[in-house]
Design a protein around this ligand. Sequence first.
Ligand SMILES: [Zn+2]
Length: 372
Amino acid sequence: MFTEDRILEDLKALDIVQIAIDLGRQVNRQNLIHCTFHNEKTPSLKLYPKDGRFKCFGCGKTGSTIDLYTSVGNGLSFSEAVREMKSRYLGIVDGQPRITQRIAKPVITKNEKPTVPSEQFSPIYSSLQAFCKQYQATDIKRQALTYLTGRAFSLETIRHFGLFVIPDVKATASFLTSTYSRTDLEASGLFSPKGFMFFQHPIVIPYYFNNQIVNLQARCIGNPSTNGWKYQYLRERTPSTMFNIDVLQNLAPGSKIYLTEGAFDTMAITQKGGVAVSINSVTLFKPEWVKLFRGLKVCFFLDSDGAGQEAVKKLAPLFLAERISASTKTLPTDCKDVNEWLIKWSGQVNGYPAYWDQDLNNNNKTNGTNTH
Ligand SMILES: [Zn+2]
């Protein structure tokens, strides 16, 4: 049961730095932001994440996470701030959602960048990609391609998303170690102290942000062995961005965008002419990403299993709180995810085309596409 006191406690325990970021504020290394209570040129409002409090050394204002939230836009009352934060961070909506007019206006301006993943290691990821692409055809390369085309992906789609294959583990690892220091390779997540991370997962899916690779996710060919796993991430670097996030930069207002769970689902939708990003999992979804979808028609297109449906329940309130229209698309009963749907549609099974064509190729307009 949620008592009001308990809710206030939970809100005050939220990460105050994250809240400042969600409010569109730039947080510097000393955890200082421009004061939200007085005008100033140099940031002097200090955030204390340990205590969940702030203090402005310019005007003397102090307070909690909720007090910081009240300073949004033209200022919210304490109870308005609590109501919004409950919905945004705890997923609790009082009766009919009453979102105030004020929060509807953007708290982040168009030119401000969203919280960005580190681009520090992009050069390493890109040179790995270039090395693998240039490397001669090997059995692994052929098997991977057979696997991907078996999942109904066209060469164009594979190329568009910059997927590549580790052609030979030994050769690839020695290319990396002869080009970069071991310290950098371990920091980039490509190596652990034991060695190269992707030795059993040759299909590599790059995550681009502003046209730079900021993360990699690798997949085994086919099903994993009994004690293996399907995906391997960079060491200690779970995806800090959505897959295909760059597509958001070129969308006209009112465009439809699908939110999927995996990169392959996003690739499948793209191949069919739709626009999608994937979040991997609800736990990796960051509330500050919601505002990137302002002005778009969001459609949750998650796996048909229980987890996918639980995800919708958790995500929908976050979008609602930002007054972003969100609908849900359900897969046909015999498809567990979007990619499986594509496989069936592309094969001999009839009856599916209508399902896509109803609303997939709608009025989306992109200003050119990025090909990697
Ligand atoms: Zn101040």
